[in-house]
Design a protein around this ligand. Sequence first.
Ligand SMILES: NC(=O)c1ccc[n+]([C@@H]2O[C@H](COP(=O)([O-])OP(=O)(O)OC[C@H]3O[C@@H](n4cnc5c(N)ncnc54)[C@H](OP(=O)(O)O)[C@@H]3O)[C@@H](O)[C@H]2O)c1
Length: 305
Amino acid sequence: MGRVVIAGGTGFLGQNLAKHLTELGWEVVVISRHGSGDHARWQHAVWDGRTVGDWVRNLDGATALVNLAGRTVDCIKTPAHCDEILRSRVESTEVLGRALRSVKTLPRVWVQMSTAHIYGDPPEVVCDEDSAYGWGLAPFVAREWEQAFAHAVSLLPMRQVILRTSFVLGKNGGALRRLGKLVRFGLGGTVAHGRQGISWIHERDMDRLFERAIANELMHGPYIATAPNPVSNAEFMREMRSALRVPIGLPAAAWMLRLTVPLLLRSDPDLALLGRYCVSRRLQEERFEFLYPDVRSALQNLYNS
Ligand SMILES: NC(=O)c1ccc[n+]([C@@H]2O[C@H](COP(=O)([O-])OP(=O)(O)OC[C@H]3O[C@@H](n4cnc5c(N)ncnc54)[C@H](OP(=O)(O)O)[C@@H]3O)[C@@H](O)[C@H]2O)c1
C-alpha cells in the first residue's frame, strides 16, 4: 500500500480518515497550518495553505491526495468570515495544483472535498448529481471551490474525484456533537416547520467512500457523498431524541433561532432553518453499499453501540 496525503487533515473528517487508512495499512501524511499533535501513526507536514514550501515533497510519489482544507462554516456569517470561508478553500486548492506541477511522480488520484450545499436549499426537490446548482453563499463558495480544483488539476494526468458531501454524522466531531448536547438539554424538538431536508452520511461510510475514491480506478468526477435516505428535520430530531433516550424536545420557532443561535452558539441559524434532500444517483448506479443507509441505524450505532 502506498502513501495518502491529506491536506486539511487535522479536523474531524481528516483525523477519522487518517485513522481509517492507517488501520488498513496505508502510510498517511497530514498537512496543516499547525504543529503535529500527538499521532505516532501518521506523519505531519506544515503549510500555510497558500504558498508552495517544503511540504510539497510529501506529494512526490504518493498514491493519493485528499484535500479537505477549509475554514468551518459553523460561524456567524460576518464579511470577514465569509471571505475566509471562500479564500481558505480556493487558495489551498490552487496551491496544491501549483505544488503538483513541481513533483516528479504525480499521485494517481486527487480526491477533492466539496459540499452537497452546492445545490442550495430547495424545500422539496430531491437533488442528485445532475441537479442545477443553488443560490446563496454556500453554492457560490462550492462552485468557486470546484472551479479552483478544475483549474488546479487541468492537464495533470491524474484521476479526479469530487465528493459533494452532506452532513457527516460522527460522535466525536462535526455538528452532531453540538446537536447531541442540545438534545440532552431537552432542546431537541422540531426546528421551525420541520420540513427542511437533512441529507446526511455516517462517518464510517464517509471513510469507506474516501477509501473507495482512492482505490477504485473507475471512480471519476463529482459524486454526492450522502446516504440514500435523506429525512426531514422533524424526523431527524425525533430519531435523535430516540437514540439519546430523551423523551422531551422543545420545538424552536424560526425567530427563536434567529435570536439565540448567533448570541449563544456564535453560529448561523440558517444551518438549521434551511436544508436539502440529496441522493447520489452515481453511487447507486455503482452499487456502493452503505453500512448505515437509514438515519435510525446510523444514530443508534453512534449513540448506543
Ligand atoms: N463535517 C461535515 O459534515 C462536512 C460536510 C460537508 C463538507 N465538509 C467539508 O470537509 C472539509 C473537512 O471537514 P471537517 O469537518 O473535518 O472540518 P474541520 O474539522 O473544521 O477541519 C477543517 C480543516 O481545514 C483546515 N483549515 C481551516 N482553515 C484553514 C485555512 N484558512 N487555510 C487552510 N486550511 C484551513 C484545518 O487545518 P488547520 O487549522 O490545522 O490548518 C482543518 O484541518 C471542510 O472543508 C468542510 O467544509 C464537511
